[in-house]
Design a protein around this ligand. Structure first.
Ligand SMILES: [Zn+2]
Length: 328
């Protein structure tokens, strides 16, 4: 089983926190540095120009997403007879057919945001994610909130959401489980002053990584993958209205997301090989490859993790090549 954690806006510059926790880390190049095209690329294996989902740039993004209808990772997995549980994934609305459960993340609409629809009663929309919870507030009302209160509300909400995710996994382990947190993206915009202080930022990051550790211990997946859609650049000045522009194609540092992985048995440390710089569209084929499932339509990325033959196997291959006369 694979557990994938989506952290919206975790930048590559903060990779040492992951390396300290024994993850192997690669840079994920995010050319648009925007959540909608980036998450869609991660979950479809297609680049933004192919899948066509621009999100915030579109006037009516739900209509656009429905019109584009690219095939997502769970479409390939369903065709391979594998089960997925995907919770709070940004820009996955409108939910398509998925074998077991898809709970769409922001900016889903209050109706029909899960598939199957009858599971909506288990996932009260308004509390799922703070982005959704503040849907009724004006921009100014959000900016007027106290930063300390925002940070605390985020902490409570992410643990409550993780708890519900664990209850779902407790009903039976799927082949692929994904849990997303959008806190870093939201806090970078709304609590921008606080997030610029290293102490505050590290407290948030530590809490999130402890939450991920807890999920790993409880679920015990074969693989734990961690992915972010883009980074943030917190050094930029705040706009006059208080909204902090922390990422986007014009902010160079925010184009660097993260793909990190580890296995509880430590085998990730010596048996896998990986390119140092990956593309967003490499993630879906990576998961398919780990689950031994072929895609049902074209994907543009390539698997990121591939096994390296152990030394004795390499010696056998060398011997075989010698027998064929290719090696002296
Ligand atoms: Zn994002």
């Amino acid at each position: 089983m694979i557990l994938m954690i989506g952290l919206d806006a975790y930048p590559y510059q903060w990779r040492s926190l992951l390396e300290e926790r024994d993850y192997r880390v690669a840079e994920l190049h995010s050319p648009h540095a925007m959540s909608a095209p980036a998450w869609t690329s991660i979950m479809t294996g297609l680049n933004a120009e192919t899948h066509g989902v621009r999100g915030m740039y579109a006037k009516d993004w739900t209509a656009e997403a429905a019109a584009c209808r690219p095939r997502y990772l769970w479409d390939h997995l369903t065709a391979a007879d594998l089960e997925s549980v995907v919770v709070n994934l940004p820009f996955s609305y409108p939910p398509a057919l998925v074998r077991r459960l898809l709970v769409c993340g922001y900016p889903a609409l209050p109706e029909h945001f899960t598939f199957p629809r009858h599971r909506q009663t288990d996932w009260e929309f308004g509390e799922l994610d703070l982005y959704n919870r503040r849907r009724g507030l004006t921009h100014q009302e959000v900016l007027d909130l106290d930063e300390k209160a925002i940070l605390e509300a985020h902490r409570e909400a992410r643990w409550a959401l993780a708890h519900r995710f664990l209850l779902e996994i407790g009903r039976g382990k799927p082949d692929f489980a994904m849990f997303c947190l959008t806190d870093l993206d939201r806090l970078s915009h709304y609590a921008s002053g606080a997030m610029r202080a290293e102490e505050v930022r590290n407290a948030v990051l530590t809490d999130i990584l402890e939450l991920v550790d807890r999920l790993e211990v409880q679920i015990a997946p074969e693989w734990l993958l961690l992915v972010s859609d883009h980074g943030v650049d917190l050094r930029k000045p705040t706009r006059e209205d208080g909204w902090h522009v922390a990422h986007g194609p014009d902010l160079k540092e925010s184009k660097r997301g993260v793909f990190a992985w580890r296995r509880a048995d430590g085998a990730h440390l010596d048996r896998q090989n990986v390119a140092q710089k990956l593309r967003l569209e490499d993630i879906t084929p990576t998961v398919l490859s780990l689950l031994d499932a072929a895609p049902i339509s074209r994907v543009e990325g390539r698997p990121a993790l591939f096994p390296v033959a152990p030394l004795d196997e390499q010696a056998q291959i060398q011997e075989a090549l010698r027998g064929m006369g290719y090696v002296e």
